[in-house]
Each structure stands twice: as structure tokens, then as C-alpha cells.
Design a protein around this ligand. Structure first.
Ligand code: GDP
Ligand code: ZN
Length: 459
């Protein structure tokens, strides 16, 4: 039977724009939004009105984002249910945090296409319309991205399978205890085993959550710092990659005032580009600040684009930046190839490997294809993995893992209180189900198969 619980999701494609919408649908939408909204009392506002305010973490009164919230009451909404749309302004990270706050306050993460499904089930749209919307949603993800997601998910799937296997051993053991309650020591053993397994699996779940940097990369993009001394062409590159003039390009050294950040999609790879502020190099002191600034930006970078000016001899700052970036995944652009070269690839080989260097010109666009190729390579060919990045988690995965972890906490607490094993089993099985949901495995069949093969219950 169809349930009218309240679902939530990010309704805009990540990385494509600075604003994003978190959408809620279901009978508690307005109440949930109101719990985390500071501004007007949403419960009292008329339908189809929009309200300015802030999303806060109500527990600690911390502001998360400045937002506009629109309230649409049933039946005049896309799903025909009470709906709320939170328009966030703080960028990708803020949107994610707003969604997390919504989930922490009573909504459930929507399955892909679930809003449309509801619209369909509630008679708001017909099946062909629903399918058209689904196609649209799916065409947003590029093929390359799909491939990488399934590839990276392989490791998550294997890990979850391993955890569930571990849990199943214990579950099978407990099943026997319940069937033969006359053996007390068997029950004691089961309790101990459940306690141990729950603790171990919980720890591993926490580890997965920690190691899901990949999830961060999908949410926030690969943090990519463009560094180089003033006037090498950083802002020009930024503009070329974003496709529009946001960074100010000038002939005057050091005119890029602040760090400029932008999300771009290079061949299906989400990048969060950071153009480091230009610093005048006339005074040595100021130049040092430039290096320090680059260092600070680099600290948070996954990937570095170091730019050099081929039309001028290498100077001290160039050499310092070459040295500073040598242990990072990086690409070195020898830019302004169209001018008379003063520096060649050979000159840089003392500081870098040849496959790190690309000669470019932002005037003629030479080398830009190669740069894009290198970014693609970095993303798809495992460089990322070498930096402790093991799992790709989307919000649904994260949510299920958190729930499983919480259920296991219950198990641990219950085993320590000596609660009867068949009661503890409920939480335990729940955790196991939740993990199964991540990889979409049929819970019931698997359990039965396992039990039959191991214990021949039907005999
Ligand atoms: P930034 O200080 O590193 O951000 O450098 P900008 O992007 O502001 O560029 C400084 C100047 O160099 C501008 O006049 C650009 O038009 C010019 N420039 C950038 N790339 C190239 C290039 O490949 N060839 C030539 N000839 N000029 C370039
Ligand atoms: Zn600049």
C-alpha cells in the first residue's frame, strides 16, 4: 500500500548552478520545514506563498543557509501532497547540509523519481508523462559518470556484502537458539556473538562513512586549485573552463582580487575550481604572501593546475610553486605558447616529470584538449583511490548506513542489558535489511537460502 510519509531530495542538478532547491512532499512537509526555519511561521502562511528566512540547526541554533521557502498545500502541488521548496543560496555544500537537516527532522530521503511516482499515483500525471520526466532526469547524468559510478560502487557493494555475510553467520546462529530454547548456554553464546558482530560491523560502517571522500567529490566536485604567479593566465583559464567571463582578466599584474570559485563540468567530471588571488610580485614580501596563499588553497585541493608563463624566464616564485606542488596530483601548464618561448618543457624537467607538463595557449586554445584529457584521466583512472578514497556514497547510501549504524547501537545496548535474543534480533535484522537496501538485494530469499544451506531447517 502506498504511504504518504514525507520525502525530501535536492531537486536541482548539483554543480550546475549556485542556487539549489531542496524539495519536500508529504503530509508533514510544512511542519518539518518549520522546525528548521527561522523567519515566518510556515504553519500559518497561506498556500502558494514564498518566505524569506534562514535554515538553522534547531539543536544548536546555528544558521546553515539564507533561503526562500515556498509552501504549496495539497492538492495544488506537483505531487498533489503538501509540498515545500527550500531555495538555498549557499552553494553545493549548503544545499547538502539543508537536506541533511530536513532528514534529521523527520523527512525520509526520496528514492530517485519518487516525487514523480507520487504525482502519478495521486493521479496528477499519467504514465507517459511520468516516463518523460524520468527520461529527463536520467539524461542529466552523462554516460561517463554512470560508468564511473558503477565502477566505484563495486567496492561499496563488495564491502556491504562482506558485512552482511558477517552478520548472517550470527543471525543463523541465533535462529537456531530460538528454535532450541532449552539450551541456555547457546543463548548466552548468541548474545555474545551478536554483541561482537554488531560492534564490529558498526565500526566498519563508520569507516565507510569516513572513507567516502568520493561522495564528497560528487557532491562538491574535485577541489582544483589553479595556482601560478601573477599574469600567467589563471583567470583566463578559469574563464575558458567555465565558458564565461567571471574572473577578471587584465594586463595589470595582480588584479584578481579574491579567490574566485566556480563549479564546472569537464567531460562529465565535476570540478570545483579555485583561482588563487593574484599578488603583485614587485615586492618580495608580497610575493611570499602569494606563496603562502597558494599553500593555503593547496591544502584543501585534490588536484592542482600549476601555470607557468612560457614567454618569461622561470623566476623564484615559479620554482617555489613547482617544489611546493610536487607531491600533489598536478598538471603543469606552460602557457602563452603563442608568444616567443623563453622556457621550454626541457627546462622544467628538472622539477617535474614530462607527463605532468602540457604546453598551452589560451589565445589559440592549444593544449586545452590535453588538459581536459588529463582531468578525465585523473578522475577515472584511479589516481583518486590512492588518496584513501574508497567509496562512492550518495545521500541515500549515507542515510541507510547511518540508520544501520543506529540500529546496531541498539543491538549492542540490548545485548549488554540481557534482553531476550529474539527481541534483539529485530534490530539486528533491521540493520541487515538496511544494508541490503543499499545494494538492492532481496532480503528474505537470501536469509532463507543461507539458513537452508547451513542448517537444513526443513529437514
Ligand atoms: P592571472 O593573473 O594569472 O589570472 O592572468 P590573467 O588570466 O589575468 O592573464 C593576464 C594576461 O595574459 C591577460 O592579458 C591575458 O589575456 C593574457 N594571456 C592569458 N593567457 C594567454 C596566452 O596563452 N597567450 C597570450 N598571448 N596571452 C595570454
Ligand atoms: Zn587572475
Amino acid at each position: 500500500m502506498y504511504q504518504n510519509d514525507t520525502i525530501a531530495a535536492i531537486a536541482t542538478a548539483l554543480g550546475e548552478s549556485a542556487i539549489g532547491i531542496v524539495r519536500l512532499s508529504g503530509s508533514e512537509s510544512v511542519e518539518i520545514a518549520n522546525r528548521i526555519f527561522k523567519g515566518t511561521n510556515l504553519i500559518e502562511v497561506p498556500s502558494h506563498t514564498i518566505h524569506y528566512g534562514h535554515i538553522i540547526n534547531p539543536k544548536i541554533e546555528q544558521v546553515i543557509d539564507e533561503v526562500m521557502v515556498s509552501v504549496m498545500r495539497a492538492p495544488r502541488s506537483y505531487t498533489t501532497e503538501d509540498s515545500v521548496e527550500i531555495n538555498c543560496h549557499g552553494g553545493v555544500v549548503a544545499i547538502q547540509r539543508v537536506l541533511e537537516m530536513v532528514l534529521a527532522n523527520g523527512a525520509r530521503i526520496a528514492q530517485p523519481g519518487e516525487f514523480t511516482q507520487r504525482a502519478f499515483l495521486n493521479g496528477r500525471i499519467d504514465l507517459s508523462q511520468a516516463e518523460a520526466v524520468m527520461d529527463l532526469i536520467q539524461s542529466r547524468t552523462s554516460k561517463a559518470m554512470d560508468a564511473s559510478i558503477s565502477q566505484l560502487n563495486g567496492s561499496l557493494r563488495r564491502k556491504i556484502q562482506q558485512l552482511r555475510h558477517e552478520m548472517l553467520q550470527t543471525l543463523a546462529q541465533v535462529e537456531v537458539t530460538i528454535d532450541y530454547p532449552e539450551y541456555d548456554d547457546v543463548e548466552e553464546l548468541s548474545l555474545q556473538e551478536m554483541n561482537q558482530t554488531a560492534l564490529s560491523v558498526k565500526q566498519q560502517i563508520e569507516q565507510i562513512l569516513q572513507q567516502s571522500q568520493q561522495g564528497r567529490i560528487f557532491r562538491e566536485g574535485i577541489q582544483t586549485a589553479i595556482i601560478g604567479r601573477p599574469n600567467v593566465g589563471k583567470s583566463s583559464l578559469m574563464n575558458r573552463l567555465t565558458g564565461y567571463d567571471k574572473a577578471i582578466v587584465t594586463d595589470i599584474e595582480g588584479t584578481t582580487r579574491d579567490t574566485i570559485e566556480e563549479y564546472v563540468n569537464i567531460r562529465g567530471v565535476p570540478l570545483h575550481l579555485i583561482d588563487t588571488a593574484g599578488i603583485r610580485e614587485t615586492e618580495e614580501v608580497v610575493e611570499q604572501i602569494g606563496v603562502e596563499k597558494s599553500r593555503a588553497v593547496m591544502e584543501q585541493a585534490d588536484f592542482i593546475i600549476l601555470m607557468l608563463n612560457a614567454s618569461e624566464a622561470l623566476n623564484e616564485m615559479d620554482r617555489e610553486l613547482l617544489d611546493l606542488t610536487k607531491d600533489y596530483p598536478r598538471v603543469i601548464l606552460l602557457n602563452k605558447q603563442d608568444l616567443t618561448p623563453q622556457v621550454t618543457v626541457e627546462d622544467i624537467l628538472d622539477y617535474a616529470a614530462s607527463d605532468e607538463i602540457i604546453t598551452t595557449s589560451l589565445l589559440t586554445e592549444a593544449g586545452i584538449d590535453q588538459l581536459e584529457e588529463r582531468i578525465e584521466e585523473y578522475f577515472f583512472q584511479g589516481d583518486l583511490k590512492s588518496r584513501d578514497v574508497n567509496y562512492l556514497l550518495n545521500t541515500r547510501h549515507t542515510e541507510l548506513l547511518r540508520q544501520a549504524s543506529a540500529a546496531l547501537d541498539e543491538v549492542v545496548a540490548s545485548t549488554e542489558m540481557g534482553i531476550p535474543v529474539d527481541l534483539i534480533q529485530i534490530d539486528y535484522t533491521h540493520a541487515w535489511d538496511l544494508l541490503g537496501e543499499i545494494i538492492g538485494e532481496n532480503v528474505q530469499d537470501e536469509l532463507l537460502n543461507k539458513l537452508f544451506s547451513q542448517f537444513c531447517l526443513g529437514k
